[in-house]
Design a protein around this ligand. Structure first.
Ligand code: NAD
Length: 350
């Protein structure tokens, strides 16, 4: 039987609109230059502080949560479905539950064992589609392999597009592609928010996206295109990837390979967005990546693992601006999930 966790509308936790945290590159008067890591290496890149921008986004949702609460008689509410016990998914889901609760939103977790047949998972989605208590549905990816190769596609196909706050359904993908109103996947939507709010110019720039997944690479490219960037998508079969990447004014790395993007991929002064989240657990790999970054090696020694993006930390010496890992794109993904859920609730009020 699915275990259920429901956090009712404790609106007391909602935040009020916050002060604008200005974190811009050279053009803004309020830009800040922050070292990306305490190290002996010379760092030139400006920090694009995703954590602060995510807080700004969450703070702005406060008034909108109150408005939904007053008009619907309940706050915006998200239903999360977690199948299996993947440790990374457990952490992501915990963060999503806490963020929703802190924002005064309703949130429910349906927990299913990994032995659950796909038909039962689809049954849960069907129930949530019909349940008026929920504005948004999120089925945590990845689903256990035992459910079959096409399980995620079948689940995402089933989610009501009006509740598809993760933006993974084919209807949402089509809407993103055509620049229509809908739900964009949270990670690429968060990257756009970060660039816009830090006043990073996009229009007319050459953006190179490394990665062509349906949830990050492709929608990222579409969203950058809608902001009038000239966009190139690179992938595992791209020839001379470093040379292609070096043509980028904005380089987005969404590959899933630790520290893959090295300084030779980066045009001096380029904006580099590191979407990757990789946990390095081998001491040798940690030492190789973080040679010269003693504080990160200390993290490894203390915890037995350390997070690294798809971008090598040395890129901070070449890039003009860079998102850190952790504290870059990750917090924005969750903030955009909240924003999409609030918007889904608002759409019901129309
Ligand atoms: P994915 O495995 O679905 O796609 C990876 C893409 O990288 C593929 O399109 C592939 O063509 C490309 N690729 C793989 N090897 C390559 C190579 N050698 N050269 C060039 N391209 C190569 O992964 P995904 O779901 O798109 O996620 C990418 C990364 O982003 C992962 O590290 C993931 O953990 C991370 N991620 C982070 C967030 C966040 O909130 N920050 C959200 C989603 C994903």
């Amino acid at each position: 039987m699915p275990r259920s966790h429901f956090s009712p509308a404790s609106y007391a936790g909602a935040t009020s609109p916050g002060k604008h945290v200005a974190l811009s590159r050279r053009r803004s008067s309020a830009k800040i230059r922050v070292p990306l890591a305490t190290s002996r290496c010379h760092v030139t890149a400006t920090l694009l502080d995703g954590k602060a921008v995510a807080k700004e986004i969450r703070d702005e949702l406060g008034a909108r949560v109150t408005n939904v609460l007053q008009r619907l008689g309940r706050p915006p509410a998200l239903a999360i479905v977690l199948v299996g016990d993947d440790p990374a998914s457990e952490v992501y889901v915990r963060n999503k539950l806490k963020t929703a609760e802190d924002a005064g939103m309703g949130v429910n977790l349906d927990r299913l064992p990994s032995s659950t047949p796909l038909s039962a998972v689809l049954g849960v989605v069907d129930r949530l589609n019909k349940d008026p208590k929920y504005d948004g549905i999120l089925v945590q990816s990845p689903l256990p392999k035992s459910l079959g190769a096409d399980a995620e596609q079948r689940v995402f196909d089933m989610i009501d597009p009006g509740k598809d706050v993760d933006g993974f359904s084919p209807v949402s993908a089509g809407r993103v592609s055509q620049n229509r109103e809908g739900f964009a996947p949270c990670t690429p939507a968060g990257v756009i928010e970060l660039l816009v709010r830090t006043k990073t110019p996009i229009e007319g720039k050459h953006a190179v996206v490394i990665g062509r997944s349906d949830i990050v690479g492709k929608p990222m490219a579409a969203l950058l295109l809608h902001k009038n960037a000239t966009v190139t998508i690179c992938h595992s079969r791209t020839r001379d990837l470093p040379a292609m990447a070096r043509t980028a004014d904005i380089l987005v790395a969404a590959i899933g390979r630790p520290a893959f993007v090295t300084p030779d991929f980066v045009k001096p002064g380029a904006v580099v967005v590191d979407v990757g989240i990789n946990s390095v657990t081998k001491a040798e790999e940690a030492k190789r990546i973080f040679a010269g970054y003693p504080d990160r090696l200390q993290v490894f020694e203390k915890k037995g693992s350390v997070l690294v993006g798809d971008v090598h930390p040395d890129v901070a010496k070449t890039a003009g601006a860079l998102t850190p890992v952790p504290g870059g794109v990750g917090p924005l993904t969750i903030a955009m999930l909240m924003a999409n859920t609030v918007r889904a609730a608002e759409l019901r009020l129309r």
